[in-house]
Design a protein around this ligand. Structure first.
Ligand code: IMP
Ligand code: MG
Length: 179
């Protein structure tokens, strides 16, 4: 495993993102919606840097299956949303923007609930992978097309607890061969 972004680099980028977010929303009532599970570490750090009235909500998205590094079918679950987002500004927070399909499908589903606005924030954006006509509004880092783990991101449900972001090396990835 090769460290790509250190704890210090991550914290610096999150402080910058928090500044941009605070500047945009000022004191408007904001609902931050984290995409589980990958966004939880970013969410925890980001909200503590935002000195403004905000609510936190969660939705779930899954596109990876077991030990594969390529996306499988996307499954979204908005049932965890508890408060009414109608007429509120919503900021959707995810760990990484890869093909973009997760945010591309989540945004219209959230929009059906009638928020005043929807913006998106991600810690990482993978270069050369986007397959959809949207881009996140706030981005921590652009990274090369490698499979990364740590700071919330997993491989086969492991490594989310690493305080840094690292790229897995080929010997560490065991792609499902299928049957
Ligand atoms: P997208 O829908 O292709 O943009 O993928 C977004 C989701 O795929 C993210 O929320 C992650 O959960 C997962 N993902 C994409 N790339 C990686 C990676 O390099 N490491 C871990 N998870 C990833
Ligand atoms: Mg995810």
């Amino acid at each position: 495993m090769k460290v790509l972004l250190t704890e210090d680099q991550l914290q610096q980028a999150i402080r910058r993102m928090a500044g941009e977010i605070a500047e945009h929303y000022r004191d408007r009532p904001l609902t931050i919606v984290g995409v589980m599970i990958g966004s939880i570490v970013l969410l925890a750090d980001l909200i503590r840097l935002l000195d403004m009235p905000l609510r936190v909500e969660l939705v779930q998205a899954r596109s990876y299956r077991r030990n594969s590094t390529r996306p499988g079918p996307l499954v979204l679950n908005l049932d965890l949303l508890s408060s009414d987002v109608r007429d509120r500004d919503v900021l959707l927070v995810d760990d990484i923007f890869d093909t973009g399909h997760t945010l591309w499908e989540l945004v219209p589903q959230l929009d059906e609930l009638g928020p005043a606005s929807i913006r998106t924030a991600v810690l990482l954006r993978k270069q050369g992978r986007c397959e959809v006509p949207i881009q996140p509004d706030y981005v921590g880092f652009d990274i090369p097309d490698a499979f990364v783990v740590g700071y919330g991101l997993d491989y086969n449900d492991l490594y989310r607890n690493l305080p840094y972001v690292a790229a897995l090396e080929s010997g560490e990835i065991r792609e499902e061969t299928g049957r």
